[in-house]
Design a protein around this ligand. Structure first.
Ligand SMILES: *[C@@H]1O[C@H](CO)[C@@H](O)[C@H](O)[C@H]1NC(C)=O
Ligand SMILES: *[C@@H]1O[C@H](CO)[C@@H](O)[C@H](O)[C@H]1NC(C)=O
Ligand SMILES: *[C@@H]1O[C@H](CO)[C@@H](O)[C@H](O)[C@H]1NC(C)=O
Ligand SMILES: *[C@@H]1O[C@H](CO)[C@@H](O)[C@H](O)[C@H]1NC(C)=O
Length: 751
């Protein structure tokens, strides 16, 4: 897995029906595992379900189990890590045959290869109306511990100053892996680093210290303190702050420069739950969708949910195609990314004084000085075997370094920062033919990317002038009044494993977010970037996830006893609906809508759910009794009676998949819990029911006679749809609270 920062999204959008067919193939192939040795052994995770009563003897239990399978000679060196504090399992090096042998043993829930995942401000909180003056329960907030599973942290960042903090809350059981290189403080109260294969990349610190910047950015977005005058070389200047600036941070470093391994993610969950974190924020995802039971994040999140801890996840950066969402388990929160109203642009001025607005994060200031302008198609690296028809795209080595030296280069493509290595003799780069321009990136040289029309102007200008020149201005901010719009790279639903549970759940700011940075990490991911900064501007669902985490913590400070599902419901039913015209994939882009933390504090009613509800749902999904039993640790069985229908999981949104021309007739049951005023009457309303469909609610009015009182209703959808996705919503209103859930009906080819 890898941190979920973005690369520019691609524009291709294929039909949903087509994608579903593809997915059916992808999901059934065994993903190749990560090879970590030359003896034919690979790292596997053997998952044994609930934690054992006697945690002290758990590792020797694992060793015995292993000795029985692979013999006592290899077992001691094969066993890499034992999970014992919050659940039961171990990490082990095995051959494929040994892995099969162990998976047949009694008590083994599953054996899966250790694979890699990737890690997928300032203005953003004000943009949501979440100002520095919102009501807070400061003492409660400072007793909340946010577990951040990421690339570590830069503890000296001003965002993590501990001035004014008391000792850690009494419940805290975590530790700090302090060393000469790393110390915690009263703000960062815990820090651990995981690398179960001991194969530390040389460029990383062997400690919880962050060398990537990603973990520092996400942690400060959740809980960074107020730092005035923060900026990236003057850009996005303002007060940087986390959503819950008084909360404490516990760091679990699971990601390194080469990715994030499942074994380490699970080890971090095992510790974080036992350490006493209040919420887990995890901006990491895998390349392929996985079943709930063999995805390390889904498993970790299930155990955290059982322990009353919400896991907030990034939905992934593989959009805008359908079915690209990751981290879609119903017991976790899946967060999409959308824009804010502060947009960064970078202008290009030609020698004829024409100015074009482009999009990049350009911190470099050429002081308005003009440089010779050259089209890359006119500068091929002939000795390298390139011609103008390939050099125009500026791919690696295609452009003659000598010809572009000291000039501003015009390329017919959007480049990744690392491509700039072979362009480093140029003064600046103008990229044109830009596809999607809804998120700006940093590059190691002055740069801008232009629309195709502007790019054509530039090329015409070059063609009609003997001495063309240009300059690129440092970026400036413009007001994007269309925001929020879900950004193109944000992964889209539907949920690949359960078509009729809507994912992602909601969206939050994830475009051009300023937050704290590790000063040793490059500003752009390009090489030869000599700039260092304490604050950086990056985009990704990695950035939106910690916004949602903070909003969840904010809700929890007012309602400390609420379950993970209740907090999630509060965030979803108060979310602001987004414009379907601007977001054509509708709820598969934004879920319930854009988070509104202030409203979420007082939702009126909630859709609650607990472990039993999720187990019934899993039974209904067809998982075996044996698997469910190991997960719950009790004697529950999947029977006809508890095999819940998907449509009855008490989820705060409604999704229904259908096939072309099928006549729809489906009901959903839900239960609402009153958390608003003592006695209240709510009336339901269906908004935007599409033509051809009838959506009814029974009973249409619900009366609650006290806090905690529950009432159930049935929502029925009948009719047919002609479009591939149609949207409506159901709103329960008592006159002051509007409890809204999206309803999405869509066509898939289920064959
Ligand atoms: C994942 O779990 C499913 C059952 O849920 C199983 O059929 C499949 O083989 C597992 N895949 C891997 C890679 O372990
Ligand atoms: C953008 O304009 C809107 C409406 O005019 C305003 O409310 C908002 O504060 C502006 N945003 C910025 C970043 O200036
Ligand atoms: C041309 O490309 C080759 C590699 O194909 C590279 O080694 C060489 O430096 C390039 N020459 C120039 C002048 O850019
Ligand atoms: C979950 O909630 C239901 C009622 O909604 C209750 O019957 C059940 O005992 C609860 N289960 C757990 C594990 O708390």
């Amino acid at each position: 897995m890898f941190p979920v920062m973005t690369m520019a999204g691609n524009n291709a959008s294929s039909s949903l029906i087509f994608k579903l067919v593809i997915l059916n193939l992808v999901c059934c192939l065994l993903a190749s595992s990560f090879d970590s040795g030359n003896d034919g052994r690979k790292v596997y995770i053997v998952y044994l379900g609930n934690k054992r009563e006697d945690t002290a003897s758990t590792p020797s239990h694992h060793m015995r189990m292993l000795e029985e399978t692979i013999g006592s000679t290899f077992a001691p060196e094969a066993l890499l890590h034992s999970y014992k504090r919050s659940f039961n399992g171990f990490v082990v090096r095995l051959t494929e045959e040994e892995a099969q042998k162990i998976s047949a043993k009694d008590g083994v829930v599953s054996v899966f290869p250790n694979e890699k995942k990737h890690p997928h401000t300032t203005r953003s909180w004000d943009f949501m109306g979440f100002t520095t003056n919102v009501p807070r329960v400061k003492q409660v907030e400072s007793d909340i511990v946010v577990g951040v599973l990421d690339t570590g942290i830069w503890p000296e960042s001003p965002s993590f100053s501990d001035v004014g903090y008391g000792p850690p809350p009494a419940k805290w059981k975590g530790t700090c892996q302090a060393s000469t290189n790393f110390r915690c403080n009263k703000k960062i109260i815990g820090a651990r680093a995981y690398r179960s294969d001991n194969n530390f990349p040389p460029e990383d610190f062997k400690s919880p210290r962050d060398s990537e910047g990603h973990g520092t950015h996400t942690a400060s977005t959740v809980a960074g303190g107020l730092v005035s005058q923060a900026s990236l070389f003057g850009l996005a200047l303002g007060t940087a702050r986390g959503g819950v600036p008084s909360a404490r941070i516990a760091v679990y470093k699971v990601c390194w420069s080469d990715g994030c391994e499942d074994a380490d993610i699970l080890a971090a969950f095992d510790d974080a739950i036992a350490d006493g974190v209040d919420i887990i924020s995890l901006s990491v995802g895998g390349n392929e969708p996985k079943f709930y039971f063999n995805d390390s994040i889904a498993i970790g999140a299930f155990h955290s949910m059982k322990n009353g801890i919400l896991t907030s996840n990034s939905a992934g950066n593989d959009g805008p195609d359908f079915l690209t969402v990751r981290n879609f388990s119903p017991w976790s929160l899946s967060v999409a990314a959308s824009s804010i109203d502060r947009k960064l642009v970078s202008k290009v001025q030609l020698g004829n004084n024409n100015i074009f607005q482009g999009y990049t994060i350009n911190t470099f200031d050429l002081q308005g000085k003009h440089y010779p302008l050259i089209y890359a198609g006119h500068a091929p690296n002939i000795s390298g075997g390139f011609s103008g028809s390939s050099s125009r795209y500026c791919s690696k080595n295609s452009v003659d370094r000598n010809l572009v030296k000291g000039k501003i280069l015009v390329c017919d493509s959007i480049l990744s920062p690392s491509t700039f290595a072979s362009l480093s003799s140029a003064v600046g780069v103008v990229m044109n033919n830009a596809g999607v321009k809804d998120n700006a990136r940093s590059y190691p040289l002055p740069s801008s990317y232009l629309t195709r029309a502007a790019g054509n102007h530039v090329k015409n200008y070059i063609g009609s002038n003997n001495f063309p020149t240009a300059t690129i201005f440092k970026s400036n901010e413009v007001n994007d009044t269309a925001a929020p719009i879900v950004v193109s790279f944000s992964s889209r639903g539907p949920n690949p494993e359960t078509y009729d549970i809507l994912k992602p759940d909601l969206t939050a700011p994830g475009v051009e977010i300023l937050a704290a940075w590790a000063p040793i990490a490059p500003v752009s991911s390009g090489i030869k970037d000599s700039r260092t900064t304490l604050y950086n501007i990056i985009s990704g669902t990695s950035m939106s996830c910690p916004h949602a985490t903070a909003a969840a913590v904010y809700v929890k400070t007012f309602h400390p006893t609420w379950s993970p599902a209740a907090i999630k419901s509060a965030l979803m039913t108060t979310a602001i609906p987004l414009n379907v015209e601007l977001n054509p994939q509708a709820e598969f882009a934004y879920g319930a809508g854009h988070i509104d933390p202030l409203k979420a504090m007082n939702p009126g009613l909630i859709y609650d759910a607990n472990e039993t509800d999720y187990v019934n749902f899993l039974c209904g999904q067809g998982y075996s009794t044996a698997m469910v039993r190991r997960l719950t640790g009790d004697g529950s069985v999947c029977t006809a009676a508890n095999s819940g229908r998907v449509w009855d999981l008490n989820y705060p949104s409604f999704a229904l998949s259908t096939t072309p021309s099928e006549s729809i007739n489906q009901f959903f049951t839900r239960t609402l819990t009153n958390v608003g005023s003592e006695a209240s009457t709510y009336t339901s309303k269906i908004l935007g029911a599409p033509e051809g469909l009838t959506i009814t609610v029974d009973p249409p009015v619900l009366s609650f006679n006290g806090i905690g009182h529950k009432e159930s209703f049935t929502l029925t959808i009948g009719g047919t749809i002609s479009q591939s996705i149609v949207s409506a919503s159901v709103v329960w209103s008592d006159g002051s609270h509007n409890v809204r859930s999206p309803i999405t009906i869509y066509i898939v080819n289920k064959a």
